[in-house]
Design a protein around this ligand. Structure first.
Ligand SMILES: Nc1nc2c(c(=O)[nH]1)N[C@H]1C(S)=C(S)[C@@H](COP(=O)(O)O)O[C@H]1N2
Ligand SMILES: [Mo]
Length: 219
């Protein structure tokens, strides 16, 4: 059996190769979500169609230390972690964002209903205004009724993909029917208030507090 040692060596090589192959199939490569570009026959805009015009540029939020604060005229204040927010029922909506600078994007948004969060914490009867604050010092507000009557969502995905840091990760308000400056990005705090006259960043600088798309944004 002068070939025995070759046969043995060959067998070992086959065995090792076989095992290592099996090893690699055990840990599949995770493929990220792919951005969709069409929804119910309508063409969607892409992440790249936004123009970056945020007051302090893109914000990079560390999700491990991130908390979404719910406070003000509520029964119980809450600090939610990112994953806790994502435990609320999920909704999708295709909505156009219109910036006052004259561009717009059609995006398929996925998010949680603000009403569900408000039901969780309990809103006091005096509350009539919702003030949103962001990581870059930006703020804006909307009437509580408007939010409840229009099923307003806070999005964590655009076109099926997690919102990027540039576009507002972890959350952007989908303020449909309102000009882009109501679509606050990088939301860190939501305050229930009775101050109907509250003015956010652009509102203090002369933009209409109603921000209705069918009206002029300059008061
Ligand atoms: N936190 C924060 N959110 C913000 C802004 C901002 O400067 N800071 N800009 C607003 C404006 S004016 C628009 S048009 C939309 C979309 O802006 P983008 O294209 O920079 O994403 O975000 C809104 N949300
Ligand atoms: Mo804007």
């Amino acid at each position: 059996m002068k070939y025995f040692k070759y046969i043995l060596l060959f067998s070992i090589v086959i065995l090792l190769f076989g095992c290592s192959k099996q090893e690699s199939t055990k840990s599949p490569v995770e493929l990220g979500d792919v951005e969709v570009n069409e929804y119910e026959g309508e063409k969607l805009s892409s992440f790249d169609d936004f123009r970056e015009n945020s007051i302090k540029g893109p914000q990079y939020i560390d999700i491990d230390s991130y908390e979404l604060v719910l406070s003000g005229l509520v029964e119980t204040s809450q600090n939610y972690k990112y994953d806790q927010v994502l435990e609320f029922p999920k909704y999708t909506k295709m909505v156009r964002l219109n910036c006052v600078e004259g561009w717009s994007v059609d995006i398929l948004w996925e998010g949680v209903l603000l009403k569900d969060i408000f039901d969780d914490i309990g809103v006091k009867p005096e509350a009539n205004t919702v003030i949103f604050y962001a990581h870059d010092g930006y703020s804006t507000s909307l009437p509580l009724d408007f939010i409840l009557n229009n099923n307003i969502i806070m999005a964590y995905k655009m076109n099926g993909v997690e919102i990027s840091p540039e576009r507002g990760f972890p959350f952007e308000l989908v303020a449909e029917q309102k000009w882009g400056y109501k679509w606050i990005k990088w939301i860190t705090k939501i305050e229930l208030s009775d101050d109907k006259e509250y003015k956010g960043y652009w509102e203090q600088r002369g933009y209409s507090n109603d921000a209705d798309l069918d009206k002029d944004f300059l008061e």
